[in-house]
Design a protein around this ligand. Structure first.
Ligand code: BGC
Length: 400
């Protein structure tokens, strides 16, 4: 099939997260981590893309490309820099972002928690501490009035990664094998449920976004794979069964053998994050998510590739969308696709892995749209995925 038609209501867009693009997120635990030297971090986030000030331009560029949605996050560390102290100016700032998105003709998709915490929350023990759920609920209650016309709200981004990272830290300090923190997993699920209850009176759909790994079993290790996957992914998908939607975030696959995950083979193509080039991950993740949730509507909230070769970004995204289209044709309920990322951004320790549809000059912050951005914009505008090599106008999508 050379042309694939997506549903006319399909939402096309791109995503970012506050800490990765805004810059100077000084009250967050990540900023602290970047400057204490306790963990091996190649470079600090600094000014990032200065999107805190330049968001109107970023949103305008996405509109100019022809995309229909922008996913961004509210930064809890800015909104509540000290426990119980809520900044009115920051609440107004994030409301302006929602307004700017809507005025540009884009649908806002707002994430309330994307990895970073206020420093005070982290000092109290973060998601493993007693009181974590109440603290998060208070923040959600405070931002809820800003969300009255936001159609999609992601409560927590990749709770499974949050629990996994906390599990690794617990394992290092107690010498046990790393598994997701059970205590954090329970708190995250409880926090998500409380947030959904708080947001229930609003018109928009609420859910959370899960990191999908497209787990594969080494032959003969199916049981081990399923046991490995459950606390790392499926438990978070099961928690989304009653939700309005679930965010699928897929980039790669992971093989699991008798001893756990198997390192990526030397002879495969790798991206700048060291992951295997595996665009089929998206279709697999959508199908697996639908199977575990029993059909909660899916919004692809992230998918993309870290590469310096923008042509390869188009190839990857094209292949990923082919797999997604096949899943839709087989009955999986997918409502939209948001690419990661709108902008090159701070990849949690380094600026080297570039995921963006838009790049920027690190001295002047001047933005330039990459060919992949124009390409995705054309797919979004037409709703048709042709062959990426064919000339534009003949079912093709690529032109520089
Ligand atoms: C996260 C993003 C991250 C991306 C690529 C997801 O895990 O939500 O913050 O930049 O993947 O690594």
């Amino acid at each position: 099939m050379s042309e694939r038609h997506f549903p006319s209501s399909f939402l096309w867009g791109a995503s970012t997260a506050a800490h990765q693009v805004e810059g100077n997120n000084v009250n967050s635990d990540w900023w602290e981590l970047e400057h204490t030297g306790e963990e091996a971090i190649a470079e600090p986030s600094g000014d990032a893309a200065d999107s805190f000030h330049r968001y109107p331009q970023d949103i305008a560029l996405l509109g100019e490309l022809g995309l229909g949605a922008y996913r961004f996050s509210f930064e809890w560390a800015r909104i509540e820099p000290e426990q119980g102290y809520f900044s009115r100016a920051m609440l107004q700032h994030y409301r302006r972002m929602v307004d700017t998105t809507i005025q540009a003709g884009l649908v806002p998709v707002v994430t309330l928690h994307h990895f970073t915490n206020p420093r005070w929350f982290a000092k109290q023990g973060g998601w493993s501490a007693a009181g974590a759920v109440d603290a998060f609920a208070r923040y959600v209650e405070t931002v809820a009035p800003l969300l009255h016309d936001v159609p999609w709200v992601v409560t927590i981004n990749e709770p499974n990664m949050v629990a996994a990272l906390l599990g690794i830290r617990e394992a290092v300090s107690s010498g046990i094998t790393a598994a997701p923190s059970v205590c954090a997993t329970e708190a995250l699920i409880a926090a998500h449920r409380r947030a959904r209850e708080i947001l229930q009176p609003l018109a928009g759909a609420t859910g959370w976004s899960v990191a999908n790994q497209a787990y594969h079993a080494v032959p003969g290790c199916e049981e081990e794979m399923v046991a490995y996957r459950h606390p790392r992914e499926d438990v978070f998908l099961e928690a989304a069964r009653e939700d309005d939607f679930v965010g699928v975030q897929a980039y790669l696959r992971t093989f699991v053998g008798k001893e756990g995950p198997v390192p990526v083979r030397e002879d495969v193509e790798k991206t700048l994050t060291g992951w295997e080039y595996f665009p089929q991950a998206l279709g697999i993740a959508a199908r697996h998510t639908a199977a575990v949730t029993g059909g909660t509507p899916i919004l692809v909230t992230e998918n993309g590739i870290a590469t310096a070769d923008d042509r390869r970004r188009i190839d990857y995204t094209h292949e990923a969308l082919v797999g997604l289209h096949e899943a839709i044709a087989d009955g999986v309920d997918v409502r939209g696709y948001l690419h990661w990322s709108a902008l090159d951004n701070y990849e949690w320790g380094s600026y080297r892995p570039t995921f963006g549809l838009i790049e920027w000059d690190s001295r002047t912050f001047e933005r330039s749209i990459k060919p992949s951005g124009r390409w995705l914009g054309r797919v979004a505008q037409s709703g048709v995925l042709g062959h990426p090599d064919a000339p534009v106008g003949e079912g093709g999508e690529f032109s520089r």
